[in-house]
Design a protein around this ligand. Sequence first.
Ligand code: CP
Ligand code: NVA
Length: 305
Amino acid sequence: MHKKDFLSIRDLSVEETHDLLDLAFSMKANPAKYTSALEGRGMALIFEKPSLRTRVTFDVGIHQLGGFSVYLSPLEINLGKRESVYDVAKNLERMVQGIMIRTFGHDIVENMAKWASVPIINGLTDFNHPCQAMADYMTMKEVKGALEGRKLAYLGDGNNVAHSLMFGAAKLGVRIAIATPEGFEPNREVIEYVRREGRATGCELLVTNDPVEAVKDADAVYTDVWASMGQESEADKRKAIFQPYQVNGALFSHARPDAIFMHCLPAHRGEEVTDEVIDSPNSVVFQEAENRLHAQKAIMYTLMK
Ligand code: CP
Ligand code: NVA
């Protein structure tokens, strides 16, 4: 059997997406059952960008499954510069049983997956952030119950997090509305894929430049930073452009009264979200952060068992 990787939610079947969520819930409810599930297995954690949640949850997660991790910081490998992606893959496959990578170009994780004989897990690229979206849908299901037909509104940049939420919505039958400034819409191919593949599950996709239209009657309102890692030089310019998409009390009031507020974190408080919203009882941002642990344990177990 060909080894499995976890590069994008797009690659999962509808059934596999549901199975991963079910397993994540089971691991959260019964952690003791899985303490030697990946006994002795090693996981390389390659980071070419900073991290809090991804690093800690993968590290803690593999230990909780009986395995161990080797952390490689942005200063270490220098993928493609100090050493080619091919050579890194051919080295690490002899040393560890799985590799997580956080990097810039999505082609880097795809090439790693092509060349390494061990599973590759995408811990964020410029194109997507699939582990995040799995944890987010786990959180939404935990709080709201069945996901089918629920409405998620995403405000801000049509970025990596938006793309993974869109792929997840297509698999899980979520209605998703994305509101971005003009010129910051999600990738056209992702939009077309979600419109086409989402029909089977009941997913509906709205892409708009109108934040109020997106938030109207939403069950969950989601935002992310306006300038992602690698776009720091654009941060000032983007602040003015993205201001109308700030999730504040006024915008949030267009959602359902019991709507939850979601954010992948780190948050830039006072920019994409106000304290009033992120600190409100409707906010589930730390529950999402915790669920990274459970969702990724389910992913590692599925790929490496
Ligand atoms: N949400 C997320 O991936 O956080 P980190 O960048 O801290 O890993
Ligand atoms: N879009 C953000 C997500 C961080 C978790 C970034 O890529 O920096």
